[in-house]
Design a protein around this ligand. Structure first.
Ligand code: ADP
Length: 916
């Protein structure tokens, strides 16, 4: 509400100031307004000539016909006679008959004028009283003056620019003889108005039915002999403005020679005002009208200089047609200015948004056009001189002030935004320098802590302190205040900057004991994490006036630096997280993946960017990729949180807890979804522990119970009953076998567990495979021959030695071969071969035994698994042999695989040359 009010007040102030400024210029520079008026007259263009005014021109053809001017006055007398014969309303002769010529001529003219009865003759005042020189009338010869119906002056007031715009209604000479303007006299005579019935007021002259508005500019002049009241006359310097209908030559003009030659029909003059005067350029008597373009003599010139008689015709026409322009009153002009200013501001306010500059230029141009159009209409239609100067100045100043105001408002808003960002940034920074100093004091058990930064130019500045003030000595060292110094030492620790440079100094004082090097390093790290970022912090204070551009630029670059630093820190922190962290867009495309993600997914952080998160996860856990779409729907649409366990990796699979959730713009999963965040925590270790627990449970609850129950049962029988010796021996053997099996099982289980947990250290050495296989088979030969099974060797002589633990490898081979022997019918063959393959050695054990059913193939390597098969019932075993083989193979970086058909199985043990 307050902002709204301030807005309105500032706009109103601009409107008033603009209108005042416009009015000031309008008053102080009237010349500009004159030019505007001339421009409008020219823009209006010539009007059609009036019917009731005719000019008889002493033009070039007349001079050619009658010789050089002045002509014998009898010629003028004849011309007047011809015109009079046509019965004009009045005749105005704009020719000065000052000097006597021949008596006959002068008399002839006086006679003609006398006979006409409606002729007004010209008088001219030489040297205007305004110039201070003597002012004398050039009057017609007394005889002519007497004969004339009236005498009128033909003086025209020209202004500083030389353009004749006004005439004085009445002009007086030094003797106080006042003569009215010729145009006024012509109308008076034409309308038959008596001299006395002319009424004059300060604002207008009443001439019969014509009212002439006048402008009284000079103080009134009182003329008359002192004391002679009756002859006292008050003269007002009343001016009348002339309206020109067009440039020179706009009136109906007839050549003097043609009039005298009788070539003009008398109807042309009947009932009209006929003006006789010189138009020939050689005769001078020419004035500048507003239609003249003095600067431009080219073809576009609007008109030439105007003969005096045409100026007289224009004056006459102005009065006859009442073409008097009214001035705009000052208050109305001011209002116009205010209106223009308001319109300008309104237009500027409206023209905002896209393409603002173009819009603003457009509306401002429209306002100018509107001002000019309205002015032109007022001028041409309503004969009003519009306050164009005032309006245009108001427009310009409103425009300038409006722009200034806009930039101030924008600048203030920018200040506010900067402050908001500063505050937000500060609130994000949980640790301030002050709290850092406090933490350091706590960690170092110190009473005083001071953090200094090293500024440009090597200057040191205190940025944070805690506890007693630490003083800086002139010599560059530090000290405690003398009254507070109890002999304890100060510890001065340099603070390292981001590039290993010196960023400042940390001073710890009055520590209970000197902190250890590690604590000192920790404190320096805490101080170092903040000094660089915070060095330039500047508190902003609120002030209604916007701050300077330099401040804004500095604050923005400072903020920018801090925000970039923060972003870098967050990025570093996220990349350093030990869990897998992946952030994706709403469409599931990865935008961020940390180092661990790249390591586990066998890729680089860069390469993961842009890939489909859910597709990648499906690929990693080898599940159907289509399910990804449903997961995306659940995350983004249902805003569900997903948590499940996944297994990644083929040979040595790792277990992870996958957590996925949508990142929303609002708190608690509200607002628009901005993306998806996925984290994967490695739980392989927990998984293994769980598995071990399960295995032990299985071992104890199932595998061990059976033999133990048997041992228990048989030992009970032996103890309770007297059995025959043969039977007792059998039972004792059975108990021994079961106990042996149990021991074997426990040993084998412990071996596997030790291998899995890493407790067994591999004793690696170069191992020649043929020799190793040969040695192993030697031990198995008795077992094979016992079952009538032949062990056949196919050992390449050039098998590459491998780096491996020979004992473990021998155990693995032994397990495979003994299985082949155990699970084959007698009199069959087991073939053991070893050969070089890509990057390693493959040892193959093929038998012609019972084979392994399809559905058991992928389970036989599990602990305790045994194929349920009738033929094997009596075959002793623990189900741990193959699990041990796999563990040994994997520990060496190799693998074990099996293929089996109905007739026999083939186990292949692959060991890389490097031994993993
Ligand atoms: P066991 O102590 O029972 O031999 P193993 O882990 O060595 O345990 O083998 C697991 C199971 O795989 C055996 O019980 C047996 O059913 C099957 N098996 C292993 N080797 C062969 C083979 N060469 N031919 C057929 N079955 C086999």
């Amino acid at each position: 509400m307050r902002a709204h009010l301030a807005n309105t007040v500032s706009l109103a102030a601009i409107v008033v100031v603009s209108a005042l400024f416009g009015t000031f210029v309008w008053w102080r520079a009237p010349g500009i307004d004159q030019y505007m008026r001339d421009w409008m007259i020219q823009a209006r263009g010539p009007l059609s000539p009036p019917d009731d005014i005719a000019i008889v021109a002493i033009d070039e053809p007349s001079i050619a016909r009658f010789g050089r001017f002045p002509w014998p006055r009898a010629l003028s007398a004849r011309a007047i006679d011809v015109i009079v014969a046509a019965q004009p309303k009045a005749i105005g002769v704009d020719v000065l008959y000052v000097d006597p010529t021949s008596e006959a001529d002068d008399d002839a003219l006086a006679r003609s004028i006398q006979q006409a009865g409606n002729v007004v003759v010209a008088a001219q005042l030489i040297a205007s009283p305004a110039t201070g020189g003597p002012a004398n009338w050039l009057l017609p010869l007394p005889a002519i003056e007497r004969a004339a119906a009236a005498v009128g002056h033909v003086n025209v007031s020209t202004e500083t620019d030389g353009i004749a715009r006004q005439i004085l209604i009445r002009v007086a000479d030094d003797q106080g003889r006042a003569i009215r303007a010729m145009a006024v006299e012509i109308i008076r005579i034409g309308d038959g108005i008596a001299d006395q019935s002319l009424a004059e007021t300060p604002r207008r002259l009443l001439l019969g039915s014509h009212v002439i508005p006048v402008e009284t500019i000079a103080p009134s002049l009182v003329i008359g002999a002192q004391g002679a009241e009756s002859s006292t006359q008050t003269l007002r310097a009343a001016r009348m403005t002339i309206d020109y209908i067009g440039p020179a030559g706009s009136y109906r003009t007839y050549s003097f020679a043609d009039v005298l030659g009788g070539r003009i029909p008398s109807a042309r003059f009947r009932g009209k005002y006929v003006l006789v005067g010189a138009t020939a350029a050689s005769l001078g008597d020419r004035l500048a009208s507003p239609f003249i373009h003095q600067e431009d003599a080219g073809p576009s010139q609007h008109g030439s200089w105007m003969p005096g008689v045409e100026v007289l015709a224009n004056t006459l026409n102005t009065i006859l047609r009442s073409r008097f322009y009214s001035e705009t009153p000052d208050w109305l002009a001011f209002l116009c200015g205010a209106l223009v200013a308001a319109l300008t501001l309104f237009a500027m306010t409206m023209a905002q948004g896209r393409h603002e500059t173009i819009k603003q230029i457009g509306v401002l141009a429209a306002v100018i056009v509107l001002i000019l159009l309205a002015g032109y209409l007022a001028f041409t239609r309503f004969l009003v001189f519009p306050p164009l100067t005032l309006s245009l100045v108001s427009f310009a100043s409103a425009g300038v002030f409006g722009l200034l105001r806009k930039s101030l408002v924008a600048s203030t808003q920018l200040d506010r935004s900067i402050e908001d960002i500063q505050r937000a940034e500060e609130s994000l920074n949980a640790m301030s320098l002050g709290s850092a100093a406090e933490s350091i004091a706590r960690l170092a058990e110190a009473e005083a802590v001071a953090i200094y930064t090293l500024r440009e130019g090597g200057r040191i500045r205190l940025v944070a302190a805690h506890g007693i003030a630490i003083l800086r000595k002139g010599s560059g060292g530090f000290a405690l205040p003398p009254d507070n110094n109890h002999g304890r030492e100060l510890v001065v620790i340099p603070i390292e900057g981001s590039c290993g440079s010196n960023a400042g100094t940390l001073v710890i004082a009055r520590a209970a004991r000197v902190p250890s090097i590690e604590i000192q390093q920790l404190c320096a790290a805490i101080a170092g994490s903040l000094v660089e970022v915070r060095a330039e912090e500047e508190k902003s204070s609120r002030w209604w006036w916007p701050r300077g551009l330099a401040w804004k630029a500095r604050s923005l670059s400072d903020l920018n630096g801090r925000i970039v630093d923060r972003a870098k820190f967050v990025d570093l922190a996220m990349r350093s997280v030990e869990d897998i962290l992946i952030i994706a867009g709403v469409d599931g495309r990865i935008t961020f993946a940390n180092r661990r993600a790249a390591a586990v997914l066998d890729s680089s952080e860069q390469a993961l960017r842009g890939r489909d998160l859910l597709g990648l996860l499906a690929e990693a856990e080898q599940s159907a990729p289509e399910a990804g779409r449903d997961v995306l729907v659940r995350l983004v649409v249902d805003r569900a949180k997903i948590e499940r366990e996944i297994i990644i990796g083929g040979a040595r699979p790792r277990h992870f807890t996958l957590r996925m959730a949508a990142v929303c713009s609002g708190e608690d999963g509200r607002g628009a979804v901005r993306g998806i965040v996925a984290s994967l925590s490695d739980i392989t270790r927990q998984h293994e522990l769980q598995q071990t627990k399960n295995d032990v449970m299985a071992l104890v609850s199932h595998e061990m119970r059976t033999p133990l129950t048997a041992i228990q049962g048989m030992s009970e029988l032996l103890a309770q009953f007297e059995l025959d010796p043969e039977r007792s021996r059998e039972m004792s053997i059975a108990i021994h076998d079961e106990a042996k099996r149990l021991t074997h099982m426990i040993n084998q289980y412990l071996d596997i567990t030790r291998l899995e947990s890493g407790a067994t250290v591999l004793r690696r050495a170069a191992v020649r495979i043929e020799a190793l296989v040969e040695r192993t088979l030697l031990m198995l030969d008795p077992l094979a021959s016992e079952r009538g099974i032949r062990l056949t060797r196919h050992l390449d002589s050039n098998v590459t030695p491998v780096i491996a633990d020979g004992d473990l490898l021998s155990r693995a081979i032994s397990n495979l071969v003994s299985n082949a022997v155990k699970y084959s019918p007698p009199k069959t063959e087991v073939v053991i071969s070893a050969r070089n393959v890509a990057n390693g050695v493959a040892i193959e054990v093929a038998d012609r035994g019972y084979g392994i059913p399809e559905d058991s193939l992928n389970r036989i390597f599990e602990k305790f698994y045994r194929v349920p098969r009738v033929q094997d019932v009596d075959v002793p075993g623990t189900g741990l042999g193959l699990a041990l083989v796999r563990e040994i193979a994997e520990l060496h970086g190799g693998s074990v695989a099996v293929r089996s058909s109905g007739a026999g199985s083939v186990f292949t043990l692959w060991v890389p040359c490097s031994g993993g």
